[in-house]
Design a protein around this ligand. Structure first.
Ligand SMILES: NC(=O)c1ccc[n+]([C@@H]2O[C@H](COP(=O)([O-])OP(=O)(O)OC[C@H]3O[C@@H](n4cnc5c(N)ncnc54)[C@H](OP(=O)(O)O)[C@@H]3O)[C@@H](O)[C@H]2O)c1
Length: 241
């Protein structure tokens, strides 16, 4: 029987590419999303991948949703914490609401999703947790104090949990994408992209969602069993740690 992989925010953008790549690699994939029913419906029609709707910011919804998936599909072997949002503002204009929404989704969401799968992974002596952080969690970004704090927090979470999971056969790793050609980034004004953003990327182009997806497939594989607590930067050389 194939292993079950759950991808949060797996119906759109980078998450959709991750879901498809894991499916192609032989996993039984399920994807979650927050509210875009139309995108989830067409994603399921295209791929046959089941989608489930709840917010990763809600612990009880995560625990219930994961139980339902494990009852319907099987124990989760691979969890990809990909769901994320931005609520950008310069700090002097940032509202407590903008701060809270981003921390609740991008940082607490990792606790909420990982905690309910952790005991099962420990019992089965196998698990793969892959957290999608960001280049802006590594270097910081003006206008994103909330996002940068949450994404940096994801890296601390990854390193601490890797130490706890190691003896139980669970690896925990993070990927920090740079600028990736998703709808969000492609919506940026062409002039801004070509004159201000792409010149900062030494390889001279945006990353493709599939490039992040292939990194996830590798980290999920048995071949990556000795890699844990790592942060993989996938940013075209834009920033080195
Ligand atoms: N794009 C980039 O250049 C880039 C760079 C670095 C890091 N990242 C990170 O990569 C991840 C994916 O980014 P993306 O650009 O592919 O984003 P996206 O296209 O905006 O898709 C985000 C996905 O997350 C889901 N989501 C958002 N809030 C959620 C919540 N509270 N509960 C459950 N699901 C939720 C969305 O659901 P709905 O479809 O229902 O809205 C959607 O499926 C994020 O963590 C982002 O921070 C992206």
């Amino acid at each position: 029987m194939s292993k079950v992989a759950l991808v949060t925010g797996g119906s759109r953008g980078i998450g959709a590419a991750i879901s498809k790549a894991l499916q192609e690699a032989g996993y039984t994939v399920v994807a979650t999303y927050a509210g875009n029913d139309e995108a989830a419906k067409s994603f399921t029609e295209e791929t046959g991948i089941k989608t489930y709707k709840w917010s990763v910011a809600d612990y009880d919804a995560c625990a219930e949703g994961i139980k339902r998936i494990e009852d319907e599909v099987g124990p989760i072997a691979v969890l990809v914490n990909n769901a994320g949002i931005t609520r950008d503002a310069m700090f002097h204009k940032m509202t407590p609401q903008q701060w809270k929404e981003v921390i609740d989704t991008n940082l607490t969401g990792l606790f909420n999703m990982t905690h309910p799968v952790w005991s099962g992974m420990r019992d089965r002596k196998f698990g793969r947790i892959i957290n999608i952080s960001s280049i802006n969690g590594q270097k910081g970004q003006a206008g994103q104090a909330n996002y940068s704090a949450a994404k940096a927090g994801d890296l601390g979470f990854t390193k601490a949990l890797a130490q706890e999971g190691a003896r139980a056969g669970i690896t925990v790793n993070a990927i920090c994408p740079g600028y990736i050609a998703t709808e969000m980034v492609k919506a940026i004004d062409e002039k801004v992209l070509s004159e201000r953003i792409i010149p900062q990327i030494p390889v001279g182009r945006l990353g493709e969602p599939e490039e992040i997806a292939r990194t996830v497939v590798f980290l999920a594989s048995d071949d990556a069993g000795f890699i844990t607590g790592s942060t993989i930067s996938a940013n075209g050389g834009q920033f080195f740690v």
